[in-house]
Write a protein that binds this ligand. Structure first.
Ligand code: ADP
Ligand code: ASP
Ligand code: MG
Length: 407
């Protein structure tokens, strides 16, 4: 008998028939004697639909009220799934995030979980009931409903698994595991049997939205055994595990992530004097805009060009701030470009192998893709390129690093 937390994403609960199919799957685990907590997302498209409704009410809806609205998507699914389980003669009880008492901070729209009260869930499990919990939501100290950011049901599932010390957290979705890259972009992408937490964290933060970043952080921190599987077919899925559990010969590159959400700001002709980087980036960070890749290069005349990337949604804000700083610094010009993307190679194997960057650059050169910015860490290399070359870049790198070959 095991305690399992299962999470079903939007597509997996996209219709009433699919919700019934989830109930059938849950029933199999119950029949085996497992204790099951099920976390569900809103039915596919529902969160976007609710966002659009809010948009109709004005340009910047209140963050508090937006969370009240968005949390209803998941509330529909928990009730329907509990009913579907009852129809299968399984005892089940549904809970919203605040009914469980998933306590979060008060950052509406991207709240962080502070604590989880496991009392009611444990009581139900002991009574032989399946516990059905709404993903993506909690409430703050003042009992305001909060949401955890897009894709946040993954984080709810992992956090519940950590709180309940579950034997496994299973993320059921519309692909049968974590692939070398998004299988919807590269057909020859291959499912990985295992991936380390560290690699998964890089993949998630560099744009692979198969798991929310915070879910992976949480799983790594609390050592929650985490598996990504298909809700439509049977299979082993992908196990996310600690590095020591990996086969000895880790591949050089485990996966390729990409992200179209960024935009670039370039300040040209800044005097090359101490404190310039701070003067440019400081005000942008002070405005709570997250800066990603930063590059500074010195021109022949002794001035410097300063480039950085931000989320596309924040480009206008970043541009306005940078233009005002540029004026103070007597910089030549500020230019922005939203038609860029970031493509990244990820792999713990990079730690012990040189030459991966040069092979990456060579591969991109062979297909005539110009690299605009580069950034590296111990287990990843990212390049910023023109957005229109994204698929070509991902496919070429996927082939060059033999990711389509079985290991
Ligand atoms: P859910 O609604 O179940 O949470 P998501 O849409 O959030 O599902 O995540 C699953 C999707 O993630 C897949 O349909 C796939 O297109 C995308 N994806 C991106 N990168 C990867 C990857 N490396 N491996 C698997 N899926 C990926
Ligand atoms: N329903 C939310 C979203 O669409 C949360 C989730 O699905 O994980 O982002
Ligand atoms: Mg998701």
């Amino acid at each position: 008998m095991a305690l399992i937390v299962q999470k079903y994403g939007g597509t997996s609960v996209g219709t009433t028939d699919r919700i019934k199919a989830v109930a059938t799957r849950v029933k199999r685990f119950v029949a085996r004697g497992d204790q099951v907590v099920v976390v569900v997302s809103a039915m596919s498209g529902e969160t976007n639909r609710l966002m659009a409704l809010a948009g109709d009410m004005g340009k910047s809806p209140s963050a508090r009220e937006l969370d009240v609205l968005l949390s209803t998507g998941e509330q529909v699914t928990i009730a329907l799934l509990a009913m579907a389980l009852h129809a299968e003669s399984i005892e089940a009880c549904s809970y919203t995030g605040s009914q469980v008492r998933i306590l979060t901070d008060d950052t509406h729209g991207k709240a962080r979980i502070k604590s989880i009260d496991d009392k009611a869930m444990r009581h139900d499990l002991q009574q032989g009931r399946v516990v059905v919990v709404a993903g993506f939501q909690g409430s703050d100290d003042d009992n305001n409903i909060t949401t955890l950011g897009r894709g946040g049901s993954d984080t709810t599932a992992v956090a519940l698994a950590a709180a309940l010390k579950a034997d496994e957290c299973q993320i059921y979705t519309d692909v049968d595991g974590v692939y070398t890259t998004d299988p919807r972009v590269v057909e020859s992408a291959r499912r990985l049997g295992r991936i380390t937490f560290e690699e998964m964290l890089e993949m998630a933060s560099l744009g692979s939205k198969v798991l929310q970043i915070r879910a992976v952080e949480f799983a790594g921190k609390y050592q929650v055994p985490l598996r990504v599987l298909s809700s439509f077919e049977e299979g082993e899925g992908t196990l996310i595990s600690v590095e020591g559990d990996q086969p000895v010969e880790a591949p050089l590159v485990s996966g390729i992530a990409f992200n179209r959400d960024e935009a670039r700001v370039v300040v040209r002709g800044v005097p090359d004097t101490p404190g310039v980087a701070y003067k440019v980036i400081g005000p942008v960070s002070d405005a709570n805009i997250e800066v990603d890749v930063i590059v500074q290069n010195v021109a022949a005349d002794g001035s410097t060009d300063f480039a950085f990337t931000v989320h596309r949604n924040e480009l206008d804000k970043a541009q306005a701030i940078t233009e005002s700083v540029a004026k103070d610094l007597n910089a030549r010009e500020v230019s922005v470009d939203a038609n860029i993307c970031k493509v990244s190679l990820v792999g713990v194997g990079m730690r012990s192998h040189a030459g991966i960057a040069s092979k990456m650059f060579q591969t991109l050169a062979e297909v005539a893709i110009n690299i605009e910015l580069i950034t590296t860490s111990e287990i990843k290399i990212s390049v910023v390129i023109e957005e229109k070359f994204m698929e070509l870049a991902v496919r070429s790198l996927h082939a060059a690093f033999d990711l389509d070959q079985p290991v």
